[in-house]
Design a binder for this molecule. Structure first.
Ligand code: B12
Ligand code: SF4
Ligand code: SF4
Length: 374
């Protein structure tokens, strides 16, 4: 989910006159504004950058070019985002309409390339089916991914800038008006799948995405092709029919949106009665995905292992969560986005409806529907 400070990027400090400065609150490192820089290409290769990203612990890395004007897939992506907004699928996430999201050139006018990375966060723990327990989605089990991946990207950005005084960078982990998924596909990391997530061949969709924008002209990777094939499991499994068309998620109907972003006192009936125990995000459309069932791999990032109590939280505890309890229970966690009153609301709704309608993963795995392996 995008962070609160993101929308303030429009009022960022102007470029500074020292060689470089770090602005941790805006997740970027930048130097004196310079035109696109090509001379480094002879000494700093794309392969060296990718090797450094991997050495820093990123699991996948790829490069996408930012052409002078949007064309081809980028134009189609812009139109798709605009349709999504026109249909009101963003619900209360007004920041999704930031014009910078439509055109990455507005985010960093000197940017010529993106270095996109993916970080596997899968840990092989099951969710609890005990009706006294709530379900927290995997992305929130351990340490806040903005911090974990942000630290790696900051190190990579500093390393890049240390190579030549003319190199400029900015990095994002869902921390700015950048379409993380679209650019990840362009950089060859995976494809934007029918469930609305980027699926990688090596880790399934259990990856966080981030990117560095740079003024370096780098040779791009080939965009990833799509491999959902004729499969429609995620569309069928979504209990609230939030996937209105392949790849199109209407936040108004999505359990992830309502449990995390919706600050209203009560949940809409259609959501509250279909929670199936989910109190923080929702993994159903990823759990049923054959790519995830076959290719998920345990992560080597210790930070992503579940904090105590996150894998099978007691609903009764969450339904009475205090400010102090919240503060102690979710340290350095992406789940701090969910405030104590939202936890109490979500847990109470889950207690009211129980886990009825739970999907059966063993049955799902036997159906004949397979994604395209090609
Ligand atoms: C808004 C948002 C949400 C919203 C909306 C979800 C959605 N799918 O759009 C809500 C709150 C519901 C949400 C939920 C979740 N989110 Co979220 N979210 C975002 C955010 C901030 C923007 C996504 C976005 O732009 N949506 C708008 C639509 C229009 O864009 P789109 O999904 O890219 O899809 C369009 C494009 O593919 C476009 N398109 C692009 N190119 C082309 C080309 C052609 C030819 C065409 C026709 C169309 C086209 O068409 C699609 C449909 O309109 C990103 C971070 C970021 N800055 O990008 C994280 C992000 C997508 N979320 C993430 C996660 C982890 C989740 C959850 C899994 C968390 C959870 N477990 O609860 C769920 C998954 C729900 C789901 N099924 O998608 C991760 C996904 C990682 C991955 N592997 O893909 C991201 C990337 C954050 C990150 N940096 O890691 N999220
Ligand atoms: S996250 Fe849950 S509610 Fe949202 S689209 Fe996926 S299955 Fe549906
Ligand atoms: S492979 Fe099937 S379940 Fe996975 S995203 Fe594609 S359509 Fe959905």
């Amino acid at each position: 989910m995008e962070r609160g400070f993101v929308t303030s990027l429009g009022t960022m400090a102007p470029f500074v006159s020292c060689n470089y400065r770090v602005f941790p609150e805006e997740s970027r490192v930048m130097m004196r504004a310079k035109p696109a820089h090509r001379s480094m290409m002879t000494t700093l290769t794309a392969a060296a950058i990718k090797a450094q990203a991997i050495a820093l612990g990123c699991h996948r890395v790829g490069i996408a070019t930012i052409p002078p004007q949007p064309e081809g897939a980028e134009r189609a992506g812009q139109q798709a985002l605009q349709r999504w907004l026109d249909q009101g699928h963003q619900a209360d996430m007004a920041w999704m309409a930031n014009p910078k999201r439509q055109d990455i050139r507005l985010v960093m006018p000197t940017a010529r390339s993106l270095i996109c990375v993916a970080l596997n966060y899968y840990t092989p723990h099951p969710h609890s089916d005990d009706p006294r327990h709530g379900k927290i989605s995997r992305y929130g089990w351990g340490r806040d991914y903005h911090r974990v991946l942000g630290k790696k990207l900051k190190a990579l950005a500093l390393w890049l800038e240390a190579q030549d005084a003319a190199i400029t960078t900015r990095y994002y982990v869902d921390t700015g008006p950048v379409q993380d998924k679209f650019w990840a596909q362009q950089a060859g990391l995976g494809w934007v799948a029918k469930n609305g997530n980027v699926i990688t061949r090596d880790y399934g969709s259990w990856v966080f995405l981030g990117e560095i924008l740079t003024n370096l002209d780098l040779p791009p990777d080939a965009p990833h092709t799509a491999h959902c094939g004729t499969c429609t499991r995620c569309l069928e499994a979504c209990p609230t029919a939030a996937i209105t068309a392949p790849g199109v998620v209407d936040a108004n109907r999505c359990i992830a949106y309502h449990t995390i972003e919706n600050r209203a006192e009560t949940l809409p009936d259609a959501i509250a009665t279909n929670l199936q125990g989910w109190v923080a995000g929702c993994d159903i459309c990823q759990d049923v995905c054959p790519w995830n069932q076959r290719f998920a791999q345990p992560t080597d990032v210790a930070d992503f292992h579940p904090y105590p109590g996150n894998q099978a939280p007691e609903l009764e505890d969450l339904a009475t969560l205090t400010e102090t309890g919240w503060d102690q229970r979710f340290p350095a966690s992406a789940l701090r986005r969910i405030k104590p009153a939202q936890w109490r609301r979500n847990a109470q709704a889950a207690l009211n409806t129980g886990t009825s309608g739970n999907i059966r993963l063993d049955q799902q795995a036997q159906d004949p529907c397979t994604p395209e392996a090609g």
